[in-house]
Design a protein. Sequence first.
Length: 263
Amino acid sequence: MVDRQVLRSYEKAVYAAASLGAAVDVVSDTAEKLGFLGASCVFWPRAKQSTEEMPPPAIRLSGSNLGTTIRAWTADYIKAGLFRSDFVYRACQVTALPFIWSYDSLPEVVPGMRQRATVREARGMAQLLKITGFRGGISVPVRAPGGFFGYLAFVSSDHLKDLTPRCEDCSDHLLGIAYRFYDAISEKLALRGALDHRLTPRQLQCLKLIAIGKTLDETAEILGLSYSTVRFHLKGAEVNLGTLNRASAIRKAAALGVLGDID
């Protein structure tokens, strides 16, 4: 059974974490107390339906208690493009609940999900086991502010037959751990998102003025620009923020915290 004191201590510590890395360390240490080797998290700026369209993850952090082998895997994951065959990412597209993944379940990448591993995914799982000793784990999908999409992975060296009862015992607790983690890091992710979607000074000025109710004509007059130039900067902001229209750009910029005080 899961020790409730461990969960209470986790909740206090994850909200007190000073950085994303520190928050991941809290999760990883808690995972270790629950019988896992540790934990890591991966976040992309937004979900893509096709793995071929996937960019490298914006954030990939592993608990410091997982040792140095995880660094070698992370380097391979990025440089060799293994993120494009991330079997956990694919499973996260179809569920919001914790799920088991295991090398032992091949060719079914996630037991019970009827998700047959591609050749590239199977090779990735074999490489993961070879480099890190992680035979499987339990992952929890996390959808975060600003469009961020990813997961927390609680990793294990156990065989599937031993991992399954652990999932039955603690999957609800892992879900709670993941979403407290999400809540605790939401502002930090927003700041990261703002950096990743850097707006030009003019784009930011135009967005701020439109956000407080100014018209395009009023914005142009205030900034000493032409009407068409204001429209040009607003369209650029939409592109940089990855939104389809002006209203969505304002909402996303506000969620990322890049508009600051717009009263």
